[in-house]
Design a protein around this ligand. Structure first.
Ligand SMILES: NC(=O)c1ccc[n+]([C@@H]2O[C@H](COP(=O)([O-])OP(=O)(O)OC[C@H]3O[C@@H](n4cnc5c(N)ncnc54)[C@H](O)[C@@H]3O)[C@@H](O)[C@H]2O)c1
Ligand SMILES: O=C(O)[C@H](O)COP(=O)(O)O
Length: 398
């Protein structure tokens, strides 16, 4: 059996794609015939998915370009690449902290405007440079909002640069807490971070809760002259309020990865066109991770690093595996085992996990008779609450 993977958008790492081997093929069929997509920030909210599509691999961290709930409803598992581009973003953020604090943009523009001999320019430089004098990171306080893959790395490295670091993340995972330097002080009120930080950087997803978090109510609590960075998502910035905070002398420098015409004439704003994760290394990491998750899912049914389904793994030892995506309602597991019993089949292993409105089941069967398995699939296909059924044959187990 061949699985067809289709890339959507033209920015997918070619080295990772070239590593794909049988039974997988890349870009050999049209979108409607693909078993899985690999994509980056390509928007899918208005996209009609074909019934054949089983999985989407987002070669990146943020997945707000994909309607993950609709995908779950349609039986499509969406994977991302957690941490795959975290180092790329971390390095850009640390660079921008220095860039913003040393007035490099203005200094560069001033120097480029100078004409005359090198000696004349040098003389003017020595007179003018005091205007561009900055300050150092060491000893200052950095506030990191969101301490996941990127935020925890930024926090740890800022400590290594001699900064005091405050971190705010009400949903901090145990895994990221373990990776965080014990010198990073966690605050439980955002206000404390806003009031104490000389630098503030945001590293959380765009959600209804984080939308417009950089607003006047929050920015007006900050120290005068704060350096503010958003290399997460545009939706987190309230642009009108950020400009107001710049006018009020609260924000000295705003570095953001997202453009807007309203910033074009503001010298204190530095714009980059969504470059945070745009390094060769991050592209390769993320594409490999997304491909790996998608290929594992297509071949074994196991779910690792999905954003709309829980992690579900189980070694496949029996001849057949049926995978079911079902509504997360009572009694489904009982219905599954009754259906198996009606076909007089023995269950070798079963695992069922729910997340939100949907659940996923791996059902491994001690049965060699393909006709009986097909009859069981038929039953599941007609059952209430079952969204998607797949059959996976274990070549080794036959
Ligand atoms: N500019 C870029 O190119 C680029 C690259 C990678 C990621 N991103 C963005 O950065 C975000 C973070 O990436 P990541 O890899 O660190 O993701 P992550 O999932 O590892 O970490 C996100 C963290 O945000 C925290 N969080 C969620 N809601 C919060 C809230 N209301 N307040 C504070 N913290 C909250 C979570 O608990 C988690 O620890 C992504 O969602 C993505 O939108 C941008
Ligand atoms: O969420 C992400 O990983 C970043 O925003 C990068 O997006 P990109 O893959 O489209 O560059």
């Amino acid at each position: 059996m061949t699985f067809h993977i289709k890339t959507i958008g033209n920015n997918i790492d070619q080295i990772a794609l070239a590593e794909v081997e049988a039974p997988f093929m890349v870009n050999e069929v049209e979108e409607e015939q693909a078993d899985a997509f690999i994509c980056r920030a390509q928007p899918f909210h208005n996209y009609t998915f074909s019934k054949k599509l089983l999985a989407i691999g987002r070669a990146g961290a943020g997945f707000n370009n994909i309607p993950i709930e609709r995908c779950a409803q349609e039986g499509i598992v969406v994977f991302n690449a957690p941490g795959g581009n975290a180092n790329a973003v971390k390095e850009l953020v640390l660079g921008m902290m220095i860039f913003g604090t040393r007035n490099l943009e203005q200094a560069n523009q001033w120097l480029r405007a100078q004409t005359g001999t090198d000696e004349e320019i040098d003389q003017r430089v020595e007179e003018a440079k005091k205007v561009f004098s900055g300050s150092e990171l060491a000893g200052k306080t950095l506030g990191v909002i969101g301490l996941g893959n990127i935020g925890s790395r930024v926090a740890n490295d800022a400590r290594r640069l001699g900064m005091k670091v405050l971190g705010y993340d009400p949903y901090l995972s145990i895994e990221h807490a373990w990776n965080l330097s014990h010198h990073v002080k966690r605050v439980h009120q955002l206000t404390e971070l806003l009031q104490k930080s000389d630098y503030i950087t945001v590293h959380m997803p765009a959600t209804p809760e984080t939308q417009g978090l950089l607003n006047w109510a929050n920015l007006s609590q900050c120290k005068k002259g704060v350096i503010l960075l958003n290399y997460a998502r545009d939706e987190i910035s309230n642009k009108k309020d950020i400009l107001r905070a710049i006018d009020a002398g609260i924000v000295k420098f705003f570095g953001t990865d997202f453009g807007s015409e309203c910033f074009n004439n503001c010298a204190q704003v530095f714009l980059t066109p969504h470059l945070g994760g745009s390094t060769k290394e991050a592209g390769l990491n993320c594409t490999r991770m997304a491909l790996d998750s998608v290929q594992t899912y297509l071949q074994t049914g196991e779910i690792i690093n999905a954003v709309n389904f829980p992690r579900v793994t189980q070694e496949l030892l029996s001849p057949y595996r049926i995978t079911l995506i079902n509504k997360n309602v009572p009694n489904v597991v009982a219905q599954i085992s009754m259906a198996v019993a009606k076909e007089n089949i023995n269950i070798a292993n079963i695992v069922n996990r729910g997340q939100g409105d949907y659940a996923y089941t791996l059902l491994d069967l001690d049965e060699q008779d393909e006709e009986k398995i097909k009859a069981l699939i038929e039953r599941f296909s007609k059952a209430d609450n079952v969204v998607r059924v797949r059959l996976i044959k274990n070549k080794r187990g036959m």
